[in-house]
Design a protein around this ligand. Structure first.
Ligand code: SF4
Ligand code: SF4
Length: 57
């Protein structure tokens, strides 16, 4: 399990600073989460102004 950032991402970067394991980085047009690093804490989802990060099935 890991969180995934949807295309709703506006690239604000707020989530990157909140991630306790530094799994988030700037990608191509949006921010991306490294699934192997994410510990599924949900902090990014709580910080995002557009609710772009969501838990993956
Ligand atoms: Fe980082 Fe937690 Fe978001 Fe995973 S769910 S990317 S560990 S802030
Ligand atoms: Fe994208 Fe939301 Fe992260 Fe901002 S906080 S970079 S909009 S996922």
């Amino acid at each position: 399990m890991a969180y995934v950032i949807s295309d709703e991402c506006i690239g604000c970067g707020a989530c990157e600073a909140e991630c306790p394991v530094s799994a988030i980085s700037a990608g191509d047009g949006k921010y991306v989460i490294d699934a192997d690093t994410c510990i599924d804490c949900g902090a990014c989802a709580g910080t995002c102004p557009v609710s772009a990060p969501n838990p993956q099935d």
